[in-house]
Design a binder for this molecule. Structure first.
Ligand SMILES: Nc1nc2c(ncn2[C@@H]2O[C@H](COP(=O)(O)OP(=O)(O)O)[C@@H](O)[C@H]2O)c(=O)[nH]1
Ligand SMILES: [Mg+2]
Length: 246
């Protein structure tokens, strides 16, 4: 396990779902006895997500919690980047607010980084599907498989599932790369992995437990269209040398 850890939660209109997950994360940090901090990024929610987060945090005053909020919704990618830039630990993990992957699974991602065997580790639902407990509705799950296929073709990345909202980073190596990232919505996962690989970081896709949780904020039609344009953006950036560090 790492000695210090920042856990980042991107949150958009999550006031109904976020409280139990934050309590579990704060309990995880406490029980592991690590120097941990929780960073919640309220991505311009129109509900009281930030206030709910602060209320949960106040019950865990022994653990540092940072609730960042900005007024305009910018997208999950922007929220995750904001959280990672605020992270002060050498290892950072981001997770979806609904804890579809239970926080205990973090150990699988953090150990290879703490042992300096990997630099970026990320959860996957596609390597071992028997780990999926509650499945997404059938159409959404099939759509996800198609999207991962399209991502493989368009990005050239050889991963089965790039979109799981559970990823960990060696921040000493990943922090400088944040300066060249450009994607603010759901294509950001692909850009993260693409740029990390381009710069020679060691990446590992790790099977994790996963359960669908009702209340997804993804709009299949709108977000799929955006995803295509963001994938094209990553290809264009790569071709134009935008991912080279200055
Ligand atoms: N949809 C959406 N999610 C966002 C945004 N900004 C941050 N998020 C967070 O990104 C995560 C997306 O998870 P979720 O909606 O459960 O997606 P799903 O599980 O893939 O259907 C949640 O933690 C959201 O609160 C945004 O602009 N749109
Ligand atoms: Mg979800």
């Amino acid at each position: 396990m790492p000695k210090s850890l920042s856990i980042v939660i991107p949150a958009f209109n999550e006031s109904e779902r976020i409280a139990p997950g934050l309590a579990k994360i704060l309990t995880y940090i406490r029980e592991r006895k690590i120097d941990g901090e929780l960073i919640v990024v309220d991505d311009g929610s129109s509900d009281d997500t930030a206030e709910v987060a602060r209320n949960v945090a106040s019950e865990y005053s022994d653990i540092e919690t940072n609730v960042i909020r900005y007024e305009q919704n910018r997208g999950k990618g922007y929220a995750v980047k904001t959280g990672l830039l605020a992270a002060r630990a050498d290892i950072a993990l981001f997770s979806d607010a609904d804890l579809s992957t239970p926080i205990d699974e973090a150990d699988k991602l953090l150990t290879p980084i703490a042992n300096d065997e990997m630099d970026v580790t990320f959860g996957s639902r596609a390597i071992d599907r028997s780990l999926i407990g509650t499945h997404q509705p059938w159409r959404r799950e099939q759509g996800g498989k198609v999207m991962n296929f399209v991502i493989r073709k368009m990005s050239g990345l050889d991963f089965a599932d790039t979109q799981c909202g559970f990823k960990a980073f060696n921040m000493k190596k990943f922090r400088p790369l944040l300066d060249v990232m450009t994607v603010d919505r759901f294509g950001f996962d692909v850009e993260f992995l693409f740029v990390a690989k381009y710069h020679g970081l060691r990446l590992a896709e790790i099977p994790v437990r996963w359960n669908d949780v009702a209340g997804s904020k993804v709009s299949v039609f709108r977000d799929t269209r955006r995803m295509f344009s963001e994938l094209a953006q990553v290809r264009r950036n790569a071709k134009n040398g935008l991912y080279d560090l200055k």
